[in-house]
Design a protein around this ligand. Structure first.
Ligand code: MG
Length: 289
C-alpha cells in the first residue's frame, strides 16, 4: 500500500500503510490498550467494539450492543474513557465494568458525545455534536436539549461540567498542544480545525482558524511530540506544523475518521477508516502518551 508523502523525519520513506482488519461498518474511536497490547475501536453503525491483537494479528469482538460508542481514550489511571452516542454520555470502561462520567448539562441530556481527551490535570474534555441523534444508524433519534453543540470540560476534583467552546457548529475531534496551552477542535460542519488559547487549564479564549485538510472531512485529530497536528480526512491523514502549514499526508484507501498512536514503542499510527483498521510505522509519538 501507499507510503507517506512529504513527512521526512516523521515517517520513514519505506513505511507503508497496512490493512489490519476490514470488518467494520463505520470505524472510529481507536485507542491503544497497553495491558493487552491491543487496539480497541468502535464500529459505530455495527454497534460493537472491536479489538485487534498486536501479538496474534487477530481481530475479536470486545463487546456487542454497546449503544454506538464513538471516541475513546485512556485515562491517566489506564482505564478507558469512551463516548456513547446511544446513551448520550461519556463513560468509563474498567475491564468491562461501565461507570457514567457525565450525561447531562444543566438538567438536559447531552446530544451525543463524539470524542474526548484528558488534560494533564486529569480533566476530561469532550465534544458534543448531534450526529448520534440525527444520523441514521449512529445512535437513536432525539432532540437537542440545550439547543446547541458545544465542547465541555469535566473537572477532575468534583465532576463539575463547564462549557468551554460554544462557537462551533459541529465540534468533533480535539487535541491539546504539547504544552497544553492550545486546544485544537475540529468543526465537521465548517470542515476546519480551530485553535483556542487554554486559560488556567479551565477555559478557552481567542478562537481562530488553524488549518483545513485540502480534500475535507476532518474528524479525529492527534498532536505528535513535536507539536504537529495529524488530522483525519476524506483521503487519509494530513499533517500540519504548529503554524498550520501543511507538511504532508498519508494516503489511506478509505475515508479516514480517526487515528491514534500505539504499539509496544508508541510509534505505530493506527487509523480507523470506514470499514478498515490500518496502521503505518512512524518516527514520532503522541505528545501526551
Ligand atoms: Mg469523531
Amino acid at each position: 500500500m501507499a507510503t507517506a508523502q512529504g513527512l521526512t523525519g516523521l515517517v520513514s520513506p519505506e513505511a507503508r500503510v497496512e490493512l489490519l482488519a476490514a470488518e467494520s461498518t463505520w470505524a472510529e474511536g481507536p485507542c491503544w490498550i497497553p495491558d493487552s497490547r491491543s487496539l480497541r475501536w468502535s464500529d459505530i453503525k455495527g454497534n460493537r467494539i472491536l479489538q485487534w491483537s498486536w501479538d496474534t494479528g487477530q481481530t475479536s469482538i470486545y463487546r456487542n450492543d454497546v449503544e454506538h460508542t464513538n471516541g475513546r481514550i485512556l485515562d491517566l489511571d489506564g482505564s478507558v474513557l469512551q463516548c456513547s452516542h446511544g446513551l448520550r454520555r461519556v463513560e468509563r470502561d474498567r475491564e468491562g465494568a461501565i461507570e457514567v462520567i457525565v450525561d447531562s448539562w444543566q438538567g438536559g441530556q447531552l446530544n451525543s458525545p463524539n470524542d474526548l481527551v484528558v488534560a494533564s490535570d486529569g480533566a476530561i474534555w469532550f465534544t458534543d455534536p448531534d450526529y448520534g441523534i440525527t444520523v441514521p444508524g449512529e445512535g437513536h433519534p432525539g432532540e437537542r436539549e440545550y439547543e446547541d453543540c458545544w465542547v465541555f470540560r469535566v473537572d477532575p476534583s468534583d465532576g463539575d461540567v463547564t462549557a468551554v467552546v460554544t462557537d462551533l457548529i459541529g465540534p468533533n475531534g480535539l487535541a491539546f498542544s504539547v504544552d497544553g496551552k492550545t486546544l485544537y477542535v475540529v468543526d465537521s460542519e465548517q470542515q476546519v480545525i480551530q485553535a483556542y488559547d487554554v486559560v488556567d487549564g479551565t477555559t478557552c479564549e481567542n478562537s481562530r482558524f488553524f488549518a483545513s485538510p485540502p480534500d475535507g472531512a476532518p474528524d479525529g485529530i492527534r498532536v505528535d511530540e513535536s507539536g504537529n497536528v495529524w488530522s483525519s480526512s476524506l483521503s487519509g491523514i494530513v499533517v500540519f506544523d504548529p503554524s498550520g502549514a501543511e507538511l504532508g499526508s498519508i494516503p489511506v484507501p478509505e475515508r479516514t475518521a480517526n487515528l491514534c498512536w500505539g504499539g509496544p514503542k508508541g510509534t505505530t499510527l493506527f487509523m480507523t477508516a470506514t470499514t478498515g483498521l490500518y496502521r503505518i510505522e512512524t518516527i514520532t509519538r503522541d505528545a501526551h502518551l
